[in-house]
Design a protein around this ligand. Structure first.
Ligand code: HEM
Length: 710
């Protein structure tokens, strides 16, 4: 018989598995409660009748006594039976037995959050808060009795409508009981005819039924395997996720109308508690994002102290796992120490040679603004999604420097690259990006949309690799065409240096940092800005008046004009402040244990300088949640600087493209408003300018723009 290598490996694995299980059961017999011997993989599944698990357990109770061990598939469980043993564990030894165990089908959605599934200090605090808030809403008092009495009357009325006909009472009972708790958590009860309410109750019912079925049990027993298999167990997560989404929407509505003097329900009370905690823990606090410990720095004073006053200590780049996986800490944006210092110095001086901070970059932006206006004219006043027009315009400016050429707006390859930049930024800012940051090592093994981020970034890196190859083949030291050429020459100059930072990976990933940073950030800000202008037509009109007065219709806007256009300048600043593109900043870290404001931040802890908390700091901006260009204007209508304006961050690591971004924002916006009047398909009052995501980036909601030539 011919046994292949894989066959032998499989056999060895099976035998090792058996030996290990045997050894483990023997070895642990002394400590673990008794129980039936488990089989590999199956555990004691053969002793458990999936239709009657409690009955099977009772049989084992008889055989092994009140405390026994069983293996539900791969999961080891200790079962406690009978009044005496249960009382001893849950009451006498309550301290030891009060942690919540795994309930995998719920854990997948709840992820150990909330009062029912959390543990330790989190659970203690949530339970204390929940009980006292419910008490404030009448729990254990006369008022809850009244609510139940009211609901009982409604139920009796509903039953009367049945006119003695037989009916299934399931949802009547759940509507009645649910209404009592809904009136406290959501501040209102629902009508018995309410279709949405009934759908939610059906989802609760279905997820409970499925969790109690064979499929729920299989998921509990083989969680890691079942995660990859189709089957009815997936319906449980879908139902629970839908319920969570419904609550998320309710929370959003409460947030928008929150009034601290009139707390309407449990959600309001929780929101206020969150606000109080920020005040309680002050501007520097530690949170655990899943398995990742992060120190968060909030408010203008503390962020300024860390990034500017203590710039030496806080300028290392922290982890941004979804980018790190592809960049592997190479290139100017993600490297650290001496590598970063050299790359940053070289990048800045090369970009300066290509016109950064000079008149020539302004000319490039002006040229690109004209191309964009031409593209917009082709739309002939029809509504369109402006996303990729803005990214084509901003990207072309940086492309003309790093690759030596701009791309045509019809270029399919260019559009595909921009789509990849856009998609990876969107996904990094979504729930999946956040999950990847919080549980990097686990998510690495799981399928899901987060994998698309790496795929996009890798494709972008491959595109740059190809560009570098083309440059290498045609390199002429007397005619340096672009950033890549300059880097290649630097590599040649440093050829003799075995520890040079100027090597291929740093070339590819510095170029990708510029390409990515130079595209997505400014174009998303423009996209957000035009949505805000659609919402506020009176602000748009005022900008156009200023354009007509200072520039007129017969020449192109220039940066010189900005000084004479304080209102437009203030609006551009307010767009950046309000849209708050990178709310958490880009992670920093500390290279050694660092004392900060009386605390010790351990070496290598990620530090988030919360840019939101600076841009929305009420001490520096009046009514920060409202869009108000007045934040940057003095009483005479002149432009007023504000030190807390930090969308580009601050200190040594401050955005390397700030000057370019500001030039682009001003020139592109004024060019468009000089040439077009904005129109939308929606009533301005219905335009939602709250962000779509809020992890890495704040993104505007999708919309259509309509441009009418002036
Ligand atoms: C509105 C537009 C932009 C915003 C809001 C923005 C914001 C930021 C922020 C917050 C950082 C992180 C700073 C820190 O670590 O504390 C950053 C870094 C960076 N940005 Fe920008 N950026 C914009 C445009 C650009 C442009 C046009 C470029 C292209 C040249 C660019 C290239 C970079 C690079 C290379 C870094 C990494 C710097 C380093 O780690 O040393 N950004 N940006």
């Amino acid at each position: 018989m011919d046994i292949s290598g894989e066959g032998v490996l499989f056999l060895v694995l099976c035998i090792s598995c058996l030996v290990f299980l045997k050894w483990r059961t023997r070895h642990e017999k002394g400590k673990l409660p008794p129980g039936p011997t488990p089989l590999p993989i199956l555990g004691n599944m053969l002793q458990l009748d999936s239709r009657e698990v409690p009955k099977s357990m009772m049989a084992l109770y008889k055989k092994y006594g009140p405390v026994f061990t069983i293996y539900m598939g791969l999961r080891r469980v200790v079962v406690i039976c009978g009044y005496d043993a249960v009382k001893e564990a849950l009451i006498t030894r309550s301290e030891d037995f009060s942690e919540r165990g795994d309930l995998p089908s719920f854990d997948k959605v709840f992820r150990k959050h909330g009062v029912a599934f959390s543990n330790g200090e989190t659970w203690k605090q949530l339970r204390r808060f929940t009980l006292s808030t419910l008490r404030d809403f009448g729990f254990g008092k006369r008022s809850i009795e009244n609510r139940v009495q009211e609901e009982a009357k409604c139920l009796v009325e509903e039953f009367r409508k049945k006119k003695e006909m037989p009916f299934d009472p399931t949802f009547f009972f759940s509507q009645a009981t649910s209404n009592v708790i809904c009136s406290i958590v959501f501040g209102n009860r629902f009508d018995y005819e309410d279709k949405e309410f009934l759908t939610l109750l059906q989802m609760i019912n279905e997820s409970f039924q499925l969790s109690s079925s064979f499929w729920g049990q299989m998921y509990t027993s083989y969680t890691n395997i079942m995660d990859y298999l189709p089957g009815p167990h997936n319906k449980i997560f879908q139902c629970l996720q839908n319920l969570a989404d419904f609550i998320k929407e309710k929370v959003k509505q409460n947030q928008e109308t929150l009034d601290p003097d009139n707390l309407r329900d449990f959600i309001d009370c929780f929101l206020i508690k969150m606000q109080q905690l920020y005040k309680k823990y002050g501007p520097v606090f530690t949170i655990y994002m899943g398995l990742r410990r992060v120190v968060v720095i909030c408010g203008y004073d503390a962020v300024k102290e860390a990034l500017i006053t203590r710039s030496e200590d806080f300028s290392e780049r922290g982890d941004l796992p979804s980018f790190d996986k592809v960049f592997r800490k190479h290139g100017v944006a993600f490297s650290n120490g001496e590598t970063w210092k050299q790359l940053r110095r070289f990048t800045l001086s090369t970009l300066r040679d290509f016109g950064f901070g000079k008149r020539s970059i302004e000319n490039r932006v002006q040229e690109e603004a004209k191309c964009l206006v031409e593209e917009f004219r082709k739309k002939k006043e029809m509504p369109f999604d402006p996303t990729f027009f803005f990214s084509q315009a901003t990207s072309n400016v940086i492309c003309s420097i790093v690759f030596g050429n701009r791309f045509d707006y019809e270029d399919k390859e260019f559009l595909t690259l921009l789509q990849m930049i856009n998609e990876s930024f969107q996904l990094s800012s979504s729930f999946w990006g956040q999950m990847y940051t919080s549980y990097t090592n686990i998510m690495d093994y799981l399928p899901g949309p987060h994998n698309k981020i790496f795929q996009c970034l890798q494709n972008l890196a491959d595109f740059i690799k190809e560009k570098v190859k083309q440059n290498q083949e045609t390199l002429d030291p007397d005619n340096l065409r672009d950033f890549i050429d300059c880097f290649l020459i630097k590599m040649q100059q440093e050829k003799q240096n075995p520890v040079s930072e100027f090597h291929m990976l740093n070339l590819i990933f510095t170029t990708l940092s510029l390409f990515f940073g130079g595209t997505e950030t400014t174009s998303t800000t423009l996209r957000y800005g035009f949505l805000i202008l659609l919402k506020h037509p009176q602000i748009t009109e005022k900008i156009q008046k200023e354009i007509d007065l200072v520039i007129g219709q017969n020449r192109d806007p220039s940066m010189e004009d900005r000084k004479k256009m304080p209102y437009t300048d203030a609006v551009v600043h307010e767009i950046q402040r309000f849209s708050d593109l990178l709310p958490l900043g880009v992670p920093h870290t500390v290279a050694q244990d660092t004392q900060f404001r009386g605390y010790t931040i351990p070496k290598n802890t990620d530090v988030y300088p919360m840019l939101t908390s600076v841009l929305w700091d009420p001490k520096h901006f009046k009514d920060p949640k409202t869009f108000n260009p007045g934040n940057f204007l003095d009483e005479n209508g002149d432009f007023k600087k504000n030190d807390a304006f930090m969308p580009f961050s601050a200190g040594k690591r401050i955005c390397l493209g700030e000057g370019l971004a500001r030039t682009e924002l001003f020139l592109l916006l004024t060019n468009i408003l000089q040439n077009f009047t904005l129109k939308t398909t929606k009533d301005p009052k219905d335009i939602d300018i709250s962000p779509l995501f809020g992890a890495l980036g704040n993104l505007p909601r999708p919309y259509e723009l309509c441009l009418v030539p002036r």
